[in-house]
Design a binder for this molecule. Structure first.
Ligand code: UD1
Length: 443
């Protein structure tokens, strides 16, 4: 289990960002690919795995199931040959919804799985009905018992599945399950996110037969078994976009290395519209910003449109922009929780349903704010970087779920950012013990 803490970030705003950042491997690709290791009685060797809480949670879950996991910096080797449990318990699933990604692989390889239903989530309902519907179409018997999804099947059968909406982890779960099914599976209305394509590449390296990943129609030809393999996790387009948004808001000149600009079109277009000068190489992005940003309208939608995981960061930039930006969230129904916190910093934001109208103000003023979810915390950090005076972002365990050492990387760009250890009574008001319970409530 990852260590639970109540650290804070203290940010002294108002400095431009200059320098270079190495982009991490993508969290949302690493998590499904780690789960894919359960499909084989052989070793999967991964590089580019980011050091994040969500990765630690997934590794903990794989270990609980009986897999042997070795980690060395950004390399992970998973040997799932001796898996002896098919149960993903509530304590793990409730802290990370992506745990549902073990359902497809366990069911496909062992013919059964028990995975806790994730339950509520801060940013919206997030049901898993599409995952279940697809597995049922492949012949699985599924029941909900005592809060758990209990799935059973002989060998899964290939099927034609049309999901009701575009779902990223739903597509991934079904694609993984289909690799070992008898016959051909067609997933229509599939998610086209680059992380789905990266998972497909990892599965193909393990002997799977998959066509169409990256389009809305994925065809999987089931094989009797897969084998071990190697894969390098793709660069994190959301982490990269977050750094770029920070520079666009705070001003400066930053070069991202090890990025995948080809996966970032919607973000880069909006940053250009905001007035940033952007130059891309194959795996580099340089962003220069020497003016106050212009407000931009964004509307979240499935890839290749503007990502919901970039919404809070663009809202933060809009808060200090020239003009008015309209932010429309179409993926999650409750993903504006950062608005109240941004208002504490002096932002002018009005929310009406799934739309937020952001009138840019010349300055924000530093204050104490609280992170409510992963990307909301990234938005608050960006706001803190441009606010006058000192901003303290509480509950940055949310940030640590998806960003590796955010503060040291911002420091390297010249930002004044400091982590305050929430367990240190002298500096963090001794909130460490209370932290565990408070955090459970917060999730
Ligand atoms: C993934 C990403 C998350 C991102 C989101 C949308 C991972 C680990 N997480 O989450 O960072 O914000 O995609 O890009 O990759 N839905 C249903 N029924 C289902 C499945 C989904 O109604 O069975 C709904 C959800 O409530 C949501 C929408 O479909 O409104 C999209 O959700 P989905 O793409 O499934 O998000 P995740 O895969 O959970």
């Amino acid at each position: 289990m990852p260590f639970i803490h109540m650290d804070k970030l203290k940010i002294e705003g108002g400095r431009p960002l200059r320098g270079e950042v190495e982009v991490s491997g993508a969290k949302n690709a690493a998590l499904p690919i780690l789960c894919a290791s359960l499909l084989v009685a052989d070793a999967l060797e991964l590089s580019g795995v980011p050091q994040l809480h969500d990765v630690a949670t997934t590794v903990g879950l794989l270990g609980r199931l009986g897999a042997v996991v070795e980690r060395d910096a950004h390399s992970v080797r998973v040997d799932a040959s001796r898996v002896d449990s098919v149960e993903a318990p509530y304590e793990l699933v409730k802290t990370m919804r992506a745990s549902i990604l073990v359902l497809g692989p366990l069911l496909a390889r062992f013919g059964e799985a028990r995975v806790s239903l994730p339950g509520g989530c801060a940013i919206g309902q997030r049901p898993v009905d599409q995952h279940l519907k697809g597995l049922q179409a492949m012949g699985a018997q599924i029941a909900i018992e005592h809060g758990y999804v209990v799935a059973r099947a002989g060998r899964l059968r290939g099927a034609r599945i049309v999901t009701d909406m575009v779902t990223v982890t739903g597509t991934e779960n079904l694609m993984m399950a289909a690799t070992l099914a008898d016959g051909e599976t067609v997933i229509e209305n599939a998610a086209r996110e680059p992380e789905v394509t990266d998972l497909a590449a990892a599965l193909v390296a393990m002997g799977a037969c998959i066509d169409g990943a990256g389009t809305d129609r994925i065809v999987v030809h089931g094989v009797p078994r897969l084998h071990g393999g190697r894969h390098r996790v793709m660069p994190d387009r959301i982490e990269a976009g977050t750094f770029l948004c920070a520079v666009a808001a705070a001003g400066g000149d930053v070069l991202l290395r090890g990025a995948a600009p080809a996966t970032m079109d919607a973000t880069l277009d909006k940053l250009r519209e905001a007035g940033a000068r952007i130059d891309c190489g194959d795996d580099t992005v340089r962003l220069r910003m020497s003016r106050r940003p212009r407000a931009v309208d964004v509307r979240t939608a499935p890839y290749p449109a503007f990502a919901t995981d970039m919404q809070a960061q663009f809202m933060a930039m809009n808060c200090v922009a020239e003009g008015t930006g309209v932010v429309t969230e179409t993926i999650f129904e409750n993903r504006f929780m950062h608005v109240l916190e941004l208002q504490r910093l002096g932002a002018d934001v009005v929310v009406e349903g799934n739309t937020a109208v952001v009138r840019g103000v010349p300055r924000l003023s530093g204050a104490r704010v609280m992170a409510t979810d992963l990307r909301a915390s990234a938005g608050l950090v960006i706001a803190g970087l441009v606010a006058d005076g000192e901003t303290t972002v509480d509950r940055i365990y949310h940030l640590d779920r998806g960003y590796e050492r955010m503060e040291t990387r911002l420091q390297a760009l010249g930002a004044r950012v400091e982590r305050i250890d929430g367990r240190d009574p002298a500096r963090g008001q001794g909130e460490g013990v209370l932290a565990v319970e408070t955090e459970e409530a917060a999730r």
